[in-house]
Design a protein around this ligand. Structure first.
Ligand SMILES: [Zn+2]
Length: 219
């Protein structure tokens, strides 16, 4: 813990003065453009990967970057999604998985979760991804885990679309969804191209998104 407090003291003496004006402007308001949903994994830092400053990302982090489908008893993730989309009016949602994800590895390897019942229960929200991934053949265990990470991002994008606030915002053409997978070793990101349902290099395809902004659905 000593290093954490030393880090805070360094923030106060070095990093804060550099951004004093920014923090003054943020003191009573925030206007983030993006809801960023990622795994709690210590190796994925949304603000670092996107080079964004305080006030620019509204972040939800949990084991497995999971968004439970909307239901009659919404929890903390649902409340945060609703607040970001309805109150903060974010224009984009990124659901970002990552390589070597412990949660996805546990699912892909069918690890027994009896000693961590809360984790086991939480990961059930990735069941649709698990079932799809299990139905496929994979060239190696590493490939199976990597595919699980991707399938989970796709499944959570489907889950978030069951939230009324998200559905409304998409229908009104003011919200786009993005599905990313971050590779820890290379620092690269693959993004889901909703048009082809494949993951492509974000660096080479900067305009890809998981859903169109405009649905153009006649009602
Ligand atoms: Zn993870």
């Amino acid at each position: 813990m000593k290093d954490i407090i030393e880090g805070f003291l360094k923030f106060q003496s070095d990093a804060y003065p550099e951004r004093a004006e920014l923090f003054k402007n943020l003191a009573y308001k925030q206007n983030p453009s993006t809801l960023f949903i990622s795994c709690s994994d210590s190796r994925l830092v949304p603000e670092l990967v996107t080079q964004h400053e305080p006030g620019e990302l509204f972040v939800i982090r949990n084991a497995g970057n999971i968004v439970p489908s909307y239901g009659p008893e919404p929890g903390g993730v649902s409340a945060s999604v609703e607040y970001a989309v309805t109150a903060l009016q974010v224009t984009d949602v990124v659901i970002c998985g990552h390589s070597d994800c412990g949660a996805m590895t546990a699912i892909a390897k069918c690890k027994c979760m009896d000693h961590m019942p809360a984790v086991g229960s939480w990961l059930r929200y990735a069941d649709s991804a698990r079932v799809v991934n299990e139905a496929r053949t994979h060239s190696s265990e590493r490939a199976r885990i990597a595919a699980m990470v991707r399938e989970n991002v796709i499944a959570q994008l489907e889950n978030i679309k069951t939230h009324p606030s998200v559905r409304l915002a998409i229908r009104e053409g003011r919200l786009a969804l993005h599905g990313w997978v971050y590779d820890i070793e290379s620092g690269s990101i693959d993004a889901l191209d909703g048009a082809t349902n494949t993951f492509v290099s974000l660096a080479n395809h900067t305009n890809v998104r998981a859903t169109p902004t405009q649905l153009n659905v006649a009602v």
